[in-house]
Ligand binder design. Structure first.
Ligand code: ADP
Ligand code: MG
Length: 212
């Protein structure tokens, strides 16, 4: 039931793999409404993360996530480095000193990660950013757990909410980040950061689900 250290490591590695696989796609999405580097940025960061987390001694999930955060912040230029750095830093802070990570701990940690992204980047829902995938995912996770759903079902609901949120960015006009410089012309394109955030929620479901 609880998330183990090796599942947390698997989550990080799966996210790195997903970003590597979809590097071109993320970059194309960013080319349409930004500067065409989101896939390159995220792949550079997560590639740098892999040897760092491999070198850690197995044990503490919070220090694993802290290492991811520090590496992303120091290797990724652009908006996404500090923002994903904040995600992992908030996860680390929320899970500090937890001997084991229960579904409810993960849910609270994710909520605080989204809160961190919002306080750092000042994006509200429908500003066409990664918040549009992360916030509904976090809400779905906590709603499902509160309703008594299994962790597997809640993780799946979070992934689906992130995907729906990502798709819902298509018609939106960007109000934050580089895409906002385009004004109305940003409508009709899916937000790259919301897309990588869906990959993050997918990686979490794959790594943490019991059935995996
Ligand atoms: P840059 O925009 O500096 O080139 P990236 O291309 O790596 O950085 O990342 C762009 C993504 O960052 C956007 O698609 C958006 O989801 C996210 N983003 C940008 N600014 C913000 C913000 N203020 N709050 C939340 N997310 C943001
Ligand atoms: Mg960019």
């Amino acid at each position: 039931m609880a998330i183990s250290y090796s599942q947390a490591l698997d989550f990080v590695q799966r996210f790195a793999q997903a970003v590597a696989t979809d590097k071109e796609y993320l970059t194309e999405l960013d080319a349409a409404i930004g500067d065409g580097d989101h896939g390159i940025n995220m792949d550079r960061g997560m590639r740098a993360v892999l040897p760092k987390v491999d070198a850690l001694t197995e044990g503490d999930v919070a220090s694993l996530f802290r290492t991811v955060a520090m590496t992303l912040i120091s290797t990724v230029g652009g908006a996404s480095g500090p923002l994903y750095g904040t995600v992992f830093l908030q996860l680390a802070t929320a899970l500090k000193d937890k001997p084991e990570v229960q579904p409810a701990d993960w849910s609270l940690a994710l909520a605080s990660a989204v809160g961190g992204v919002q306080s750092r980047g000042k994006a509200m829902p429908e500003d066409k950013t990664m918040v549009d995938a992360l916030l509904p995912a976090s809400q779905a996770l906590s709603d499902q757990l509160a309703a008594g759903a299994s962790f597997d079902a809640a993780l799946k609901a979070a992934e689906e909410a992130a995907e729906a949120g990502m798709k819902a960015t298509i018609p939106l006009v960007a109000r934050k980040g580089r895409a906002s410089y385009l004004g109305e012309r940003s409508a009709g394109h899916q937000d790259p950061g919301a897309t990588s955030s869906w990959l993050l929620m997918k990686a979490a479901r794959e790594a943490f689900a019991e059935g995996s």
